[in-house]
Design a protein around this ligand. Structure first.
Ligand SMILES: [Cu+2]
Length: 138
């Protein structure tokens, strides 16, 4: 019995240190996540650092799940623009890791204060679904 308990404890502690990406779907409520949705998908967006600062690079983590609960495995594009100024960022962000519905993107920089807008485009089987997220940078 004791070895089994040790094994269970071992599994529990392993779960505690596994990265969030292992549990992309379904998306659970978490105050640090911004939840978005398209017709077919639920999306959780998180920036690192959480508070975006003018001129400072930040990363974006997305978790994308079919509304049925399975991880999204299509093509993901994320960009950000200032619609009122008709310009985007000066840098092109890129996906640096993805795994089972979790996408880690780097290279975002909001270079001025004002109204920014993230645009998330999800493409799968020839269909594209998009959702935007407004972000006021002070
Ligand atoms: Cu601008």
């Amino acid at each position: 019995m004791k070895p089994l308990l040790n094994l269970l404890y071992g599994m529990v502690s392993l779960l505690a240190i596994m990265p969030i990406t292992a549990f992309a779907c379904p998306i659970l409520q978490d105050p640090s996540l911004t939840l978005l949705g398209t017709e077919s998908y639920n999306i959780a967006l998180q920036t690192t650092p959480e508070e975006i600062v003018v001129g400072e690079p930040f990363a974006v983590d997305l978790r994308i799940c079919h509304k049925s609960g399975s991880p999204f495995d299509g093509d993901v594009r994320v960009n950000a623009t200032m619609p009122l100024h008709k310009h985007g960022m000066n840098y092109e962000p890129s996906i640096i890791a993805s795994d089972m519905g979790a996408y880690h993107m780097d290279g975002f920089v909001f270079h001025m204060q004002g109204n920014w807008q993230f645009l998330v485009a999800l493409r799968k089987d020839g269909q594209t679904e998009t959702v935007s997220l407004d972000h006021i940078l002070e």
